[in-house]
Design a protein around this ligand. Structure first.
Ligand SMILES: NC(=O)c1ccc[n+]([C@@H]2O[C@H](COP(=O)([O-])OP(=O)(O)OC[C@H]3O[C@@H](n4cnc5c(N)ncnc54)[C@H](O)[C@@H]3O)[C@@H](O)[C@H]2O)c1
Length: 351
């Protein structure tokens, strides 16, 4: 390999987020006001699949860093989900509530189309199935379109449920969830459905949410014990299940955790990578977020005219096997599980 070093210190080729991305495209269209960036990290396993985030970035450099980081994450996520896709992501710079228009979405769709199928776009924070419908007017390289796609949340909830069972087997040596104590943070699309499955499997539920109605529903329907937003971290439970926010494993929460398993659907649970190592040294088994929450993206792969729910959910259930492989690798090599997940993804990419 020829080493070519950029002399510009500020260049994104020197950014810590740059990881030999195959292609980074800046997309502008004056009439619609589109300012977007598409990053294709890798197409080694197939076209790069990843969502489109619309965010009011403080600086363009933040948007570039985000799209580089997120697209790399999708390469790893898709590889570990056994999907025939590489990793990509797009970001639109702007406030989704104030700046988003149908014309802007169509303009982005044209840019996606010019990539000739190398990037497949889907929804993410700040975009939704209606936006994907606008994009679909310009390109077939889109998933999760209103009226065509499906809600990915039930698949994400089921994958997380299977992942929790795998983690409980590994850490607590229990084959089922009867009387296992689980604290769910966030009872939204994923969290509520997941809490219901855990309850039906015999788990004792502790829950919290800023939405009182969801908490009351969980209490009434599942006998769940409601706790305060901060109390959830110190709950006397076996499993802590983040399904709301990112960065919930941090310097402030780590010393409070009583759980011996952290396994939930939320993205980016570790505030910093070293917090994953801290979990391991506290004897807490962490199910890496991007592995356990892959049910939605797996489900997207199965969408289409030949959709078979049983086949899709069987594929989602294999998240448990992947986690088992990660736990075994972490044990064998004496490393934290988030490092083991990355190693396994890299091995799949190298193969
Ligand atoms: N929906 C999917 O298919 C999917 C796929 C992969 C990852 N995820 C991730 O899983 C998480 C949940 O996704 P979702 O689709 O259920 O989102 P959602 O917005 O439907 O639910 C989030 C819930 O968290 C609650 N919440 C917000 N702040 C809170 C706080 N401080 N404490 C407790 N609860 C709080 C909200 O009231 C809401 O009920 C997110 O991190 C998301 O990125 C979701």
């Amino acid at each position: 390999m020829v080493e070519v070093k950029s002399s510009m210190e500020s260049s994104f080729f020197n950014s810590p987020h740059f990881d030999d991305h195959e292609q980074i495209v800046f997309c502008c269209e004056r009439d619609s006001g589109l300012h977007a960036i598409i990053a294709i990290h890798s197409t080694k396993l197939g076209p790069a699949l990843g969502g489109c985030r619309m965010w009011n970035y403080a600086a363009d450099a933040d948007a570039i860093a985000d799209v580089m980081r997120l697209s790399r994450g999708m390469t790893y996520k898709n590889a570990l989900a056994n999907l025939p896709y590489g990793g990509g992501k797009s970001v639109i710079i702007g406030d989704a509530r104030r700046h988003k228009t149908a014309d802007m979405m169509r303009a982005l769709g044209r840019h996606v189309n010019w990539l000739g199928g190398r990037y497949i776009i889907a929804e993410d924070v700040g975009t939704n199935p209606d936006d994907m419908a606008m994009i679909a007017e310009e390109t077939p390289s889109v998933r999760g379109v209103r009226g065509v796609g499906f809600d990915p949340s039930p698949a994400t909830a089921f994958g997380t449920f299977c992942g929790i069972k795998a983690a409980v087997r590994e850490r607590l040596g229990k084959e089922d969830l009867r009387d296992v104590r689980v604290a769910v943070q966030g009872l939204g699309h994923v969290g509520f459905d997941l809490a219901r499955q855990l309850h039906e499997a015999g788990a004792q539920m502790t829950v919290t949410d800023i939405n009182d109605t969801a908490v009351e529903k969980a209490r009434d329907q599942m006998g769940a014990q409601p706790v305060g937003l901060e109390e959830i971290y110190a709950a006397e439970v076996d499993v802590f299940t983040p399904c709301a926010l990112g960065a919930v494993i941090n310097d402030a929460t780590l010393p409070r955790l009583k759980a011996t398993v952290v396994a939930g659907s939320a993205n980016n649970q570790l505030a910093e990578e070293h917090h994953g190592d801290a979990l391991a040294s506290q004897g807490i088994l962490y199910a890496p977020d991007y592995v356990i929450n892959a049910g939605g993206v797996i489900h997207i792969h199965h969408e289409g005219p030949h959709y078979d729910r049983r086949e899709a959910f069987t594929h989602v259930g294999r998240i448990a096997e992947t986690l088992q492989e990660i736990f075994s690798l972490a044990h064998k090599d004496g490393i934290a599980t988030h490092h083991a997940a990355d190693r396994l993804a890299e091995a799949r990419l190298a193969a």
